[in-house]
Design a protein around this ligand. Structure first.
Ligand code: AP5
Length: 224
């Protein structure tokens, strides 16, 4: 079992790359953002409570996030690609304990480095297939055939409620205040690898592939 964390600001390409790693290596994307949106879409009481917080761009309570994460991780057998988690040092510590209890560890932490100036445009242009979830961008990563998903031929597309420009500014501020310090946390542990997220999607994916392949070739330590 391998656990890979993808870190980076909103719009850095975490979800895009997590889906590609999933396709290439067969690991499972564990996106706390997707888990939350799923909960909201279900109409549950919890979802109704979470909706306004996400819509306003705030971070959710650690306890709720950890519960959603733990439930999902239990279903993952080969490898997890953590996308959007952890976001705070408290969450990173909780993840460490959760994995340790299952004789696992964080294996790789990959930071997608993207200039601040480009993030709002990436988010403003984002839309995804309502059927299979493939992420597109009207400026940088459009559909090959207009109106049809490249992957599943679906014809319905959605935009996220928290991709509104004002909300995006708040999400970015919170990221730089609360999540960016995590980079130091993982760097001090010698776990952080950086990837230039300004390259086209395929270039970023190739660099990540190299990192994962190198990691898999290294002799692995046993976690007790
Ligand atoms: P979440 O869904 O995790 O959102 P996020 O972290 O803000 O990240 P995004 O999904 O916006 O961006 P991304 O990096 O995945 O980029 P993408 O691949 O889509 O969280 C949403 C909310 O849930 C949070 O605000 C919070 O409220 C809550 N939440 C979630 N986790 C939480 C936690 N742990 N604790 C507390 N609260 C939590 O790409 C963006 C666009 O760019 C796309 O259009 C894509 O096509 C395009 N693109 C991607 N790569 C490239 C490239 N290389 N070149 C050009 N375009 C590209």
């Amino acid at each position: 079992m391998i656990n890979i964390i993808i870190l980076g600001p909103p719009g850095a390409g975490k979800g895009t790359q997590a889906r590609l790693i999933q396709e290439k290596f067969g690991y499972i994307q564990v996106s706390t953002g997707d888990l939350i949106r799923h909960e909201i879409a279900s109409g549950s009481e919890l979802g109704q409570y979470l909706k306004p917080i996400v819509k306003s761009g705030g971070y959710l309570d650690d306890k709720i996030i950890l519960q959603l994460l733990e439930n999902k991780l239990k279903t993952v057998k080969t490898g997890a690609i953590l996308d959007g988690f952890p976001r705070t040092e408290n969450q990173a510590n909780a993840l460490y304990e959760m994995l340790k209890a299952n004789h696992q560890q964080v294996d790789l932490v990959i930071e997608l480095m993207v200039d601040k100036e480009i993030l709002a445009k990436r988010i403003a242009g984002r839309f995804s297939c309502a059927n299979c979830g493939t992420i597109y961008n009207e400026y940088f990563n459009p559909l090959v055939n207009e109106g049809k998903c490249d992957h599943c031929q679906g014809t319905e597309f959605i935009r996220r409620e928290d991709d509104d420009l004002d909300v995006v500014q708040k999400r970015l501020e919170i990221y730089y205040e609360k999540t960016q310090p995590l980079l130091n946390y993982y760097e001090k542990n010698g776990q952080l690898s950086q990837v230039d997220g300004m390259q086209p999607v395929g270039g970023v994916a190739s660099q990540i592939e190299v990192l994962i392949t190198q990691y898999l070739k290294k002799p692995q330590m046993c976690v007790n």
